[in-house]
Design a protein around this ligand. Structure first.
Ligand code: PLP
Length: 498
């Protein structure tokens, strides 16, 4: 008997996971929207007609081949494009299994295994971050946080908690126009302002504090901003510290910020979406010294750790605050007289149905162990250091811009402009025609990479100048890949000049 459609698609997916594109395989098979539509028209089509019929298995399997071929191969070691890459293959199949067991994490009744699993993983993350004692229970009834659908959503929840601690009545009355102000560095993530908009705090009440050349907040500037805000009656209530900024991977000084938060009685939230995973490494965990003094901490395991998107833990130092902030005691779902109802997590969050994001992490962690997780971080930092050394030794072909931890921001300099410094201070002083020439080069180099499918690397403006950003996290990236990426940038740069 022939195989079912499900078996055929599962085989296509599995073969992709165990034998992903690598080396000289393309990172992307670039096609325009019209080309993609044309290709799919040869199978089942993209669109749906008014009376769309059922398609045969062979056509659908052919369409799945196209889906795979024309998707970006984020597991390829030369995909170094943004803050995720190289999905952990155990996590991929863990995600599939979670979907197969389709349930919601809201109650023990519907998710007995996953409820305990979340508790176990959150307890372990909490111990690593110093949120709970080293000898705390491994599977507590009330774990120190919850899993959220992404870092932005977790930031929203954390700020709702922060406001609730200061003004619990707002939950009932709604925001009444009384100003409440929060502070984040000007290198912080836009999730702060988006959350402020949604919560009715307002984006005008998000004060962006100066950061230094590396991108870390200046603590004295923060203290001055809070003092001024308090004197003006603007109701300071929370500070967001960033551990690993999105663009330069800068780490704020958490002990300094915790001291300021304690001094003014503010909630300290740590945005560790990107850099939180440094805690897995004995070598690099010092970057988050002081995190144990914060009130909440968001940690995206789908970034550095390669869990499939999304996998976000929100740790809360006082998890007892979650229920008063979020609960509505829906009596049709959270019946207190149900078996094991004390384990239900659903009324400690905003969501009703909650996807099972913990299984893939639990499986991958059991597979790699603490040492495997640490090795992933250490390898990423080593690759970043290799790239920095190559750039330094390039005789002016490449210019370093900034970059911390696993992040390397740099520019390619045309031969007639060498040597040229691209430190942020120098960028600000570039002659306008040189600025314009370099600014236009990066997108051309990237477009050529995409067209040839050889690699993908991100670029972004620093002081208004497009610069490249390498972000390491895929454990399969080798020094050879790093060298090849830099060579490609140089080759396409030279090509763009002709
Ligand atoms: C990625 C990121 C976020 C947002 O997380 P999502 O899961 O993409 O919503 C927030 N802060 C920082 C520093 C990030 O890098």
């Amino acid at each position: 008997m022939g195989k079912s459609l499900e078996e055929r698609i599962a085989a296509q997916a599995l073969s992709y996971v165990v034998d992903p594109p690598t080396g000289l395989d393309p990172v992307i098979n670039l096609a325009s929207p019209a080309e993609l539509e044309g290709l799919f028209d040869q199978t089942v089509g993209f669109g749906f007609g008014d009376d769309e019929g059922a398609h045969d298995d062979d056509s659908i399997v052919a369409a799945v081949d196209l889906v795979i071929k024309h998707s970006v191969h984020t597991s390829h070691p030369r995909f170094i494009n943004q803050n995720f890459a190289g999905p952990d293959s155990v996590s991929v199949v863990g995600d599939w299994l979670g979907a197969a067991l389709n349930t919601t994490g809201a109650t023990f009744e519907a998710a007995p295994v996953f409820t305990l699993m979340e508790s176990a993983v959150l307890s372990k993350l909490g111990r690593i971050a110093g949120y709970v004692d080293a000898d705390a229970e491994q599977i507590p009834i009330l774990p120190p946080g919850l899993f959220c659908p992404g870092g932005s959503t977790a930031t929203l929840y954390a700020l709702q908690l922060a406001r609730h601690r200061m003004r619990p009545d707002i939950r009932r009355t709604g925001a009444t126009g009384e100003q409440m102000t929060l502070f984040v560095s000007d290198s912080g993530h836009y999730a702060a302002s988006k959350s402020a908009a949604l919560l009715g705090i307002g984006t005008d009440s998000v004060i962006k504090v100066d950061s230094d050349e590396r991108g870390a907040i200046v603590p004295d500037a923060l203290r001055a901003a809070i003092t001024g805000s308090a004197e003006a009656g603007q109701g300071p209530f929370a500070i967001i510290a960033t551990s690993g900024t999105t663009v330069t991977s800068a780490f704020d000084d958490l002990n300094a910020l915790a001291g300021i938060a304690e001094e003014f009685g503010l909630w300290l939230h740590v945005d560790g979406c990107y850099g939180g995973s440094a805690l897995f490494s004995a070598k690099h965990r010092h970057l988050l010294d002081g995190v144990e003094r914060s009130d909440s901490f968001v940690w995206n395991l789908h970034k550095m750790m390669g869990m499939t998107q999304q996998c976000t833990a929100l740790l809360v130092r006082e998890p007892e605050l979650l229920a008063p902030c979020f609960a509505l005691n829906a009596d049709y779902l959270f019946q207190p007289d149900k078996l094991n109802a004390e384990f239900d997590s659903g009324d400690r969050t905003f969501q009703c149905a909650r996807r099972i994001d913990v299984l893939k992490l639990w499986l991958a962690w059991k597979h790699h162990g603490d040492a495997g997780f640490a090795a992933r971080i250490d390898h990423a930092v080593e690759m970043a250091e290799h790239a920095r050394r190559r750039i330094e030794a390039s005789n002016g072909e490449f210019a370093p811009v900034v970059g911390n931890f696993t992040n390397v921001v740099f520019g390619w300099i045309p031969p007639n402009r060498r040597p040229l410094s691209l430190s942020p201070a120098h960028i600000a002083g570039l002659a306008p025609e040189i600025h314009a020439e370099l600014h236009a080069l990066a997108p051309k180099i990237k477009a050529q990479m995409q067209a040839n499918g050889t690699a993908m690397v991100g670029f972004q403006p620093i002081e208004g100048l497009n610069t490249f950003r390498l972000l390491f996290m895929n454990p399969d990236v080798t020094a050879t890949d790093v060298d090849a990426m830099l060579d490609l940038v140089a080759d396409y740069g030279a090509e763009a000049l002709t």
